[in-house]
Ligand binder design. Structure first.
Ligand code: MG
Length: 389
């Protein structure tokens, strides 16, 4: 077995979002298996000093930053050592470098759409950690992947779980069961939710993640975005995607098959497992994550989501069912609302209302092209921001 693993050829990976939580954990996975992974390009938004450290350590062929000021700083610091590219075009260029086998898309937000499409067109395998790409442009991205015969392997833990359960079983799928931890405020009353602070919302009970997704987990918008993501990844109707609160985050999701069998994916809540699987699929490698201890776990709880306290989930189902530009609007309005909450401008409980009002003002476009989606995204940001101001 060990020989087989060592004989597998090297996978050249590019990490888009290398300074973020998923990007850093992906580098840990690469560190653990230097015989299997070579990091050949890195991209980030503006964290110059961490990116510089990563360049010293991994010696990539090229790096890209989307922020123009960061580009100038980085160019000055490491320009002699490797190619430095700028902006979204630079990030798209990294995704299509001829040396690249797999592109890990781990940037945060709708900025992931163009590099994902560029990687698909260049026939790279996609390890997709950026759910906004599928939420805003799922129809276009999945169609392009089918046409180019490119595999999109989900990194999001729930979708990785479903994807793993469906290996060899996808034609028997009846229903997708996405699990949710319920977030840190699962048991809060509506009055308590009104008083939630940024610090409280940033403490997720089970998972270690970046700030945007941690707030989304607390509001359950994250689960809503994941429902839309699952619809696109697994080609299932919204009526056949069920969300279940599983507060210990031990069952990472399940599939129900036509014969009444349920397959579940269990493990510790450690993102390095789904990140690594997306890079090794259909094979597996040893993981730095610890094993699951069932005796200390003792109990697994299941609950329903309370829509009245956590309205974001049903807003997302609504946007998904409406289709067209609506999921992009939901996502963009939510990004603005979450960043305003993080900056102390609005209350935690203002988030769903702002998203709902933005959706209510939107003139839906069915079957939009990419430009129309970006227009709707921009419109939603401006509309939501205007309401906050
Ligand atoms: Mg998830």
């Amino acid at each position: 077995m060990k020989d087989k693993i060592e004989n597998e050829s090297i996978t050249n990976i590019v990490i888009l979002g290398s300074t973020g939580s998923i990007g850093r954990q992906a580098l840990e996975v690469a560190d653990k298996h230097p015989q299997r992974f070579r990091v050949i390009a890195l991209a980030a938004r503006d964290e110059v000093s961490l990116l510089q450290e990563q360049v010293q350590k991994y010696n990539p062929l090229a790096v890209a930053v989307s922020d123009p000021k960061a580009y100038l700083q980085l160019k000055e610091k490491i320009g002699g050592q490797c190619r430095v590219l700028a902006g979204i075009d630079g990030i798209c260029e990294l995704s299509s470098l001829p040396e690249v086998d797999t592109v890990l898309v781990a940037v945060s937000g709708a900025v992931g759409i163009k590099p994902t499409l560029a990687a698909i067109r260049a026939h790279k395998r996609i390890a997709l950690a950026n759910k906004e790409t599928l939420v805003a442009a799922g129809d276009i991205v999945m169609k392009s992947a089918r046409e180019e015969n490119v595999a999109i392997i989900p990194v999001d833990s729930e979708h990785s779980a479903v994807f793993q359960c469906l290996q060899g079983e996808s034609s028997y799928l009846k229903k997708v069961w996405l699990t949710a931890s319920g977030g840190p405020f699962r048991n809060f009353t509506s009055e308590e939710l009104e008083k939630v602070t940024v610090d409280m919302a940033l403490k997720h009970p089970n998972w270690s993640m970046g700030p945007k997704i941690t707030i989304d987990s607390a509001s359950l918008m994250n689960k809503g975005l994941e429902v839309i993501e699952a619809h696109h990844l697994f080609n299932v109707d919204y009526d056949l995607i069920q969300v279940l609160v599983q507060r210990e985050s031990v069952i990472h999701s399940m599939v129900e098959l036509v014969d009444g069998s349920f397959l579940a994916h269990l493990g510790v809540a450690d993102m390095r497992i789904p990140i690594q699987y997306a890079l090794t699929w259909p094979g597996r490698l040893e993981s730095p994550a610890r094993s699951l201890d069932f005796t200390s776990l003792a109990k697994i709880h299941f609950d329903q989501v309370d829509d009245s306290r956590f309205p974001c989930l049903s807003l997302a189902y609504g946007a998904g069912r409406a289709g067209g530009t609506m999921p992009a609007v939901l996502n963009a309005a939510n990004e603005i609302a979450v960043s305003s909450f993080l900056n102390g401008k609005i209350k935690f409980t203002d988030i769903p209302g702002l998203v709902e009002k933005t959706m209510g003002k939107h003139n839906l476009v069915k079957d939009p092209g990419l430009e129309i989606i970006f227009e709707a995204d921009n419109w939603a940001r401006e509309t939501c921001q205007a309401m906050i101001d």
